[in-house]
Design a protein around this ligand. Structure first.
Ligand SMILES: [Zn+2]
Length: 244
């Protein structure tokens, strides 16, 4: 009985192999495009894409609308916004639109001062005022504020206050983010050390898997840097809360 079962199974197996190979031959002789093979290649490309975290600082300005249009559907960005720009009807609307499209917003202070140049009470005010505004944006679109923070100019505060500022942020539930790759896009507008587009492209070409990339809401960024990332098949753009 056992032997018979084995024979039947072998026969069935042989039949399915033959059926498969005849399908295979028909497929290759009739289908020049080979869609299955293309699909496999697409999957492979998807796997080989580098996941990076693009962060855009110092908005929201009107230009954010053009920036959002240059994102493909899967590209999600984190915006570190300045409170006083958010504190206008249009700024608020632009921030809501960014969230509705699946992007994220973080706190980048209210007036973008150097924290080492102002007193600690002022620092706290800068953080809290912007925190309220960002909370309002998240509430408006029905999402929870993930509390992301970036220091203006990467300035952690003066020696005396540094520690207190950091624990104040943590007590407010904030996670602090710096960056791995600075695009130096702002230097395109520097009188003393102007960087041309080629130099900036050269810098961002070094972006690698897992990098947090720093750019600013500036014309050159919207015209050239954002498309460098979003129109390329090389990168998979995710928001900071996706970092494990
Ligand atoms: Zn900034």
């Amino acid at each position: 009985m056992k032997e018979l079962r084995k024979r039947v199974l072998t026969a069935l197996f042989a039949c399915s192999l033959m059926a498969l190979s005849s399908n295979y031959l028909t497929f290759f002789s009739r289908t020049p495009q080979m869609p299955q093979i293309l699909l496999a290649k697409e999957l492979e490309d998807k796997d080989s894409k580098q996941t990076i975290y693009l962060t855009v600082d110092d908005g929201p300005k009107k230009s954010i609308e053009t920036l959002l249009e240059k994102c493909e559907e899967d590209d999600k960005i984190t915006f570190f916004m300045i409170g006083k720009l958010l504190d206008t009807p249009n700024g608020f609307k632009l921030a809501c639109k960014s969230l509705e499209l699946g992007h994220e917003i973080g706190n980048h202070s209210y007036s973008h001062p150097r924290f080492s140049k102002i007193n600690i009470e002022k620092v706290k005010e800068e953080i809290l005022k912007t925190d309220e505004l960002i909370d309002k944006v998240y509430r408006k679109v029905g999402r929870k504020n993930p509390k992301l923070f970036r220091f203006p100019y990467g300035d952690l505060g003066n020696k005396k206050d540094k520690k207190e500022i950091k624990s104040f942020l943590e007590n407010q539930g904030y996670k602090i983010y710096f960056w791995d790759l600075d695009s130096e896009d702002w230097m395109h507008y520097s009188k003393k050390n102007k960087k041309n587009l080629d130099e900036i492209i050269n810098i961002i070409s070094k972006t690698k898997e897992g990098d947090i990339v720093l750019v600013h809401e500036l014309p050159i960024t919207i015209e050239k840097i954002i498309p460098f990332y979003t129109y390329s098949d090389k990168y998979n753009l995710k928001t900071l809360t996706n970092i494990k």
